[in-house]
Structures are given as C-alpha cells and as structure tokens.
Write a protein that binds this ligand. Sequence first.
Ligand code: TRP
Length: 337
Amino acid sequence: MQEVKKRILTGDRPTGNLHLGHYVGSLANRVKLQEEYDSFIIIADVQALTTHWEKEENLTRDIYQITLDYLAAGLNPELSTFFIQSMIPEIHELTMYYSMFTSVNVLRHNPTVKTEAAQHGFKDMTYGFLGYPVSQAADISIFKAHLVPVGEDQVPHIELTRKIVRRFNDLYRPVLVEPEVLVGDVPRLVGLDGKAKMSKSLNNAIFLSDTPEDVNLKVRNAITDPARIRKTDPGHPEICTVFEYHGVFNPEEVKEIEADCRNGSIGCVACKNKLSVKLNELLDPMRERRRKYETAPELVKEILMEGTRKAHSAARETMVDVREAMHINYFDHEIPI
Ligand code: TRP
C-alpha cells in the first residue's frame, strides 16, 4: 500500500520580494521538507489586503514575484502545490465559522498583531486586520496540515490555530488536525545595518533576487565593529554583523575568521569579500532557476492555476466534513417537519 504523506501548509503575504531572512527563517525548511511532506504553499493575497487594501493594483505583480522567489529558492512545482488564497472561497467560509467562537480579546493580545499594528501606525484596527489570525487558522486547518514551517513571528498564529482546531473538534466532531510549528535554524537574521531584523521596510535586506553586484555592494556597506579603524586593530566579532553572517552562511570558515579578526590578521574588507563569495554561492543556483521561469511566464501562470485547482479540491473535501460536523449540511438531513 502506498504510504500517505503528512501535509505541510505554509506561505506568505505577497507584499514584496523575499530576502535572506525569509530563507534561513523558513524557506530553507520548506525546500528541505518538500519531498517528505505533501506541501501546500499559500500566497496569502487576502491577508496582504489587511495592510495593503489601498495598494491593490500591485497584487498581481507581487503574486508572480513571490512565486518566482519560491521557485528560485528551490521549491519544486512537482512536489509543492502553490495556490492563491482568495481563489479558495471555502477558506473564507471556514474563517467565518471560526470567528463565531474566537474571542476578540485573545486577538487583541496576539503579540504579532500588536507589533504589526504599531509598525503600520494603526490607531484603530480594522476588523479584517484584527481577525487575520483566524483566517490563517482556516488557511492551515482546511488542508488538515500537520506541519507549518514559518518564521518566528508566526508562532502565535500557529498557537491560535491549534486552539481553534481543539475547540472545533471538541464542540462538533474531531475532523480537523492540530498542526505543529517549525521555525528555521536562524529564527531572526539581523539586518545589514545591525538592526534586530532583516526586513524590506527597514531597507537592510539582501533579496533572493539581488544580483552579485547588489550583494557585493550591500555587504561592503554593512556595519562592522566600529572600534576597528585600522586593519591591524583587534576586532570584536561578537558585535559584528558581518561576523554573524559568517556564522550562518559560512560555518566552515567561521572559527578561522573569528581568530583572525581578534588578532587583527584579517581586515574588514577581506572578511566582507569572503562573505560576499559565500552569499553569491548560495544565490547563484537561485538566479539560474529564476531565469528559467522568468523567461517562461506562461509556465508560472500554469503552475499557479494548477496548484490553485488542486488546493481548491482539497479544501472542498474538508468542508464537506466541517459542514456535516456542524450540522449545516441541511439538505442531507431528514426533513424535521
Ligand atoms: N502570516 C503570514 C505572513 O505574514 C502569511 C500566511 C497566511 C501564512 N496564511 C498562512 C503562513 C498560513 C503560514 C500558514 O507572511
């Protein structure tokens, strides 16, 4: 008998290009696990509208761009199913059912929602923004996913998903699966400017789509140890962003670099050059795959259409069980008159 694979459901909002922080935070896990799991990748365009409802004209472009990023990063369309959230109406239906038993106070205290609201300067949150974690619970559970590989900031949403699933299974019938979260080896990559987090909006990111020249220039301008003026000054790798990147992207050489930095035998320029080489080695195969798909836009469209069709059919199946468990499959009941 053929073994049934467990499922992964994960994805992102299409709001801009993916960067190295995304890669080490979750994309690398998704690529690694796509053979072992039946993988679904959601392009969460409705969730993008929670912050971008006035910039909706960019959505088509951003959906294609994020798909290119995924394909470039190594997600294989033969193994991973890419789909567009808004095109699965059952997700929105399930969101509505979940919102009947999800407390507003719980949503208000969600740390990621609070951080994002502050970032966007929302004094008054919209209903859709406050409730997006409920919709995310529907994204995940409608596919009966077992595992959700995401960045650290998403953990509260997966916890809420687990709670909602438990509540649903308890209230009605155990038809849903409680998912596990999986955060990457480097949950939070620092920005090139040494700030806590690599992020597009902080303008401190290296994108998967950057050219080798972009990477070289960005690394050259990255913050190092400010106390090091001359090349022979002893360095302090523990406070250096470039050194932190060596730890992540160049583990083979990191020990040697640490020693050479501390005794002043390697200068920042040489150290940065070593890093650029490593980053470009990681990105080169991605650039090659991107080129392949960039020159075949119809193929990318086909991948999205086929993935969305497959996801829709899986979501429809779960909703039959959900409606039955909730006794809202009215025409399947005996007529009570
Ligand atoms: N919240 C995620 C982000 O900010 C996007 C997302 C939507 C998601 N639905 C999901 C992630 C389901 C994992 C699983 O990018």
